[in-house]
Design a protein around this ligand. Structure first.
Ligand code: AMP
Ligand code: SF4
Length: 477
């Protein structure tokens, strides 16, 4: 596929929610450390995994469809020798069979410049990327926006001789959400779009060297400390000389994805200095203020609904109970390709405990409602198990708009709240009551403010977060 005919391909296959990891490890076991980092980040993508390693002279890559532990063996990890490595795991696109051609990292060559790149996010101007590559006479097969970015960086690096300058030049061309890691010329680079939409943090390794990861839980596992977020528009270079920070492009209005706090990130991660677990507890506390309920027990839908349920219980005084058991050996249900499989997947994943819930009025706290399948199936299961009442409480506002920045939230037609108001949704889900956290309540929760009942504040629109899937106000064209 040449650059010109790849335009349609890039536009039709945006990258979904993913994880990136990178390491410059003077101890020389960069690939194995990346393998551990990716395992900690596996919740961000289960479709494919890949690692690329730079030994100073050449770049090797191993990637395939599957979980990190399925793609890598002792044998192939041992073969990936080098001090600098990057890794990636990729989220499945809804309804599509995964392709290894979309697996990261992408290793590309322009002239004598070889670059490996992994990306979390989505570039929203594929046409301009293709035009650039055409004008630059780069006529390679290109399958995704991320691969186009790798070629642009390689081309600009070949022109200037500097990878940092090559990345900075590419940042002038790329639009949308990107948290990227690159290895080239024996060094590791990490950079983030000017709005800081997707998270990216760097840290220092105990034995010398550096690591970067989409979430801090990926850095914890390799023992990194002195953590530092990669700032919006920054380019960080990590090599034997240490860390060099440059502003690749001017920072724009900060728009960090608030959905990371609601659902995507692991609770033990800290994003831009804010703890995901505490944010979720606070969301539940806010919700108890905004939408109280008369009930006997508060349950959380495991895993991401549980901290919110604890918060709801703390403020309402209704006891928290462990009433829904989760099967740990299933993938997230959202990634199942068809509606029927998704519903079956929910039954495999969640099972209510009759001894806890029979005859009880329940508040059930979940992180979000997207298509509504999980909530509908769950309400039915709870009723079948003998619940007297089910009051659904959701720790974010109604998801009404698709995400164009790297999270698969489905098309508008499939989003429950884009098509039904709260009362219609309640009736369709079969719940006794249904309430969503307000935008202001969500922002206050993430910022660590105390519970507030004031949903009229305008803080929510100017506060450094992207909330576009709730309010349609997209920070990037
Ligand atoms: P649904 O059944 O479509 O309403 O899915 C809602 C559930 O899927 C939520 O409770 C989350 O656990 C999870 N979820 C929310 N957003 C996403 C997303 N963008 N991708 C994958 N899973 C999601
Ligand atoms: Fe996150 Fe929603 Fe914005 Fe997408 S639209 S970046 S999911 S807040």
């Amino acid at each position: 596929m040449t650059a010109s005919s790849s335009q349609r391909i890039i536009a039709d296959h945006p990258e979904e929610e993913c994880a990136v990891f990178g390491i410059y490890d003077t101890a020389g076991d960069a690939a194995r450390m990346t393998y551990f980092g990716l395992q900690a980040l596996q919740h961000r993508g289960q479709e494919s995994a890949g690692i690329a390693v730079d030994d100073g002279a050449s770049i090797q890559v191993k990637k395939d469809l599957g979980l990190v532990t399925e793609v890598f063996s002792e044998q192939n990890l041992t073969r990936l020798e080098g001090v600098a490595a990057i890794g990636h795991c990729r989220y499945s696109t809804s309804g599509e069979v995964g392709s290894v051609q979309s697996a990261h990292p992408f290793v590309v060559q322009v002239g004598s410049t070889r670059v490996a790149l992994a990306h979390n996010g989505t570039l929203t101007n594929p046409g301009e990327l293709v035009d650039y590559l055409e004008n630059a006479h780069v006529h390679e097969e290109i399958h995704t926006d991320s691969e186009a970015a790798a070629y642009i960086i390689a081309h600009e690096t070949e022109k200037s001789g500097s990878v940092t300058a090559g990345i900075a030049a590419a940042m002038q061309i790329m639009r949308g959400a990107y948290a990227m890691v690159v290895i080239a010329q024996g060094a590791l680079y990490a950079f983030r779009d000017p709005h800081g939409i997707r998270p990216l943090t760097a840290g220092k390794l105990p034995g010398g060297g550096w690591a970067v990861a989409s979430e801090t839980c990926g850095l914890d596992i390799v023992g990194a400390d002195e953590l530092r977020d990669v700032g919006p528009g920054e380019v960080i270079r990590l090599n034997k000389e240490g860390m060099t920070v440059t502003q690749g492009t001017a920072p724009a209005h900060r728009s960090t994805c608030i959905f990371e706090y609601v659902y995507f990130a692991r609770p033990d991660s800290v994003i831009d200095g804010r703890t995901v677990y505490q944010s979720r507890v606070s969301m539940g506390r806010m919700l108890a203020h905004e939408a109280p309920a008369q009930a006997d027990l508060v349950l959380g839908v495991p895993d991401s609904g549980v901290p919110g349920a604890l918060g709801f219980s703390q403020v309402s005084g209704i006891p928290f109970a462990d009433g829904i058991v989760k099967n740990r050996y299933t993938h997230r249900t959202f990634i199942e390709p068809t509606q029927a499989l998704r519903r079956q997947g929910i039954r495999i994943k969640l099972n209510p405990l009759p001894s806890v819930i029979a005859g009880k009025r329940l508040v059930v706290v979940d992180d979000s409602i997207v298509r509504g399948n999980t909530a509908k199936e769950l309400v039915q299961m709870l009723r079948d198990t003998g619940a007297a009442e089910v009051h659904l409480r959701i720790i974010c506002p109604e998801v009404k708009w698709p995400c164009f920045y790297g999270i698969d939230t489905a098309a508008r037609g499939q989003l429950l709240s884009a098509n039904m108001d709260v009362e219609e949704a309640r009736a369709w889900l079969g719940a006794d009551s249904l309430a969503f956290l307000s935008e202001a309540g969500l922002i206050d929760a993430v910022r660590g403010y105390g519970p507030t009942v004031d949903a009229t504040t305008d803080r929510c629109t100017h506060d450094g977060f992207c909330l576009a899937c709730f309010n349609g106000e997209y920070p990037v064209r």
